[in-house]
Design a protein around this ligand. Structure first.
Ligand SMILES: Nc1ncnc2c1ncn2[C@@H]1O[C@H](COP(=O)(O)OP(=O)(O)O)[C@@H](O)[C@H]1O
Ligand SMILES: [Mg+2]
Length: 269
């Protein structure tokens, strides 16, 4: 049976879709059968991150409404074998998702894929509750900014109150991903440190992704940054994917640049 992992956040624009595209790609590269679903109705962009926007004919709402069958709507990824994609609908009606239909669809997907990664709307958007309702697990993405962390905290409360697991007296396993960390700003005291974020959220950390302009160029090319073996952010996402799959992987040293700088200074002194 596949596992449903919802990637969510309190605020928009913190990197949920980027996380889904990269973790899904990394898992498929490890030989898993993975589907990424865009539940961010009306705001779809996961298709662009995967470079699949031109291939969309049907979307997730078409499947749920019976306008097409699942295999008509599912798109094979261009870059990675074993990765599949189900696009969001462009409808303006954010309340179009209905719990029974979502449940039917996700249960069908569980029988086919190892991992079902759900790109959820931000916690403030309608449609959010639907995307966490059936989650086996949630990855809460935040940037190290007070407002983002505070909104993430609110979302954690909603997952604990409104998910099916919560209704059955169980808990959805939750982890934090801190995205766009800038070690030099943390050093100067101008950015929340990892510990500060974890203290507020009181959840275990599953990874930290550095702020990296390679993410932006990768996005523009429609090729997730994990495909770039040289990138630090790609390496961070690869490690997160492995941790999600149950492997123990060391955390990256994000201060590498700084320590290299120190070393060089020492040499030239
Ligand atoms: N680690 C990162 N470094 C630099 N830019 C990033 C990083 N993660 C995300 N971004 C950029 O931030 C913006 C929002 O990311 P996105 O994944 O679309 O967020 P969300 O899905 O939460 O709205 C995008 O322009 C994306 O390229
Ligand atoms: Mg998004």
């Amino acid at each position: 049976m596949g596992e449903i992992i919802t990637i969510t956040s309190g605020k928009g624009g913190v990197g949920k879709s980027t996380t889904v595209a990269n973790i899904a790609t990394a898992m498929a590269q490890e030989g898993k059968k993975v589907i990424a679903i865009d539940f961010d109705i009306g705001l779809r962009n996961l298709d662009m991150l995967l470079g699949l926007e031109n291939r969309i004919v049907y979307d997730v709402v078409d499947v749920m409404e019976g306008n097409c069958n699942l295999s008509q709507a599912v798109i094979n990824d261009k870059n990675t074998k074993g990765l599949f994609f189900l696009p969001a609908s462009q409808t303006k009606d954010k309340n179009i998702l209905n719990v029974e239909k979502i449940e039917k669809l996700l249960n069908e997907l569980k029988g086919i894929y190892d991992y079902i990664l759900v790109d959820s709307p931000a916690g403030i958007e309608s449609g959010f509750e639907h995307s966490v309702y059936l989650a086996d697990r949630a990855l809460v993405v935040t940037t190290p900014e007070v407002s983002a962390v505070r909104d993430a905290d609110r979302v954690i409360g909603i997952i604990d109150a409104k998910s099916l697991k919560a209704k059955n007296g169980e808990e959805v396993e939750k982890h934090v991903i801190i995205n766009r960390l800038k070690p030099e700003l943390v050093e100067r005291g101008d950015m929340l440190a990892i510990d500060d974020v974890l203290q507020i959220l009181s959840l275990p950390l599953i990874g930290v992704v550095p702020d990296d302009e390679k993410v932006v160029s990768a996005t523009n090319r429609g090729e997730p940054v994990v495909l770039n073996k040289e990138s630090r952010s790609g390496e961070a996402y690869r490690r997160i994917a492995k941790r999600v799959m149950g492997e123990e992987v060391e955390f990256m040293d994000l201060n590498e640049k700084k320590s290299l700088g120190k070393l060089l200074k020492g040499l030239f002194r």
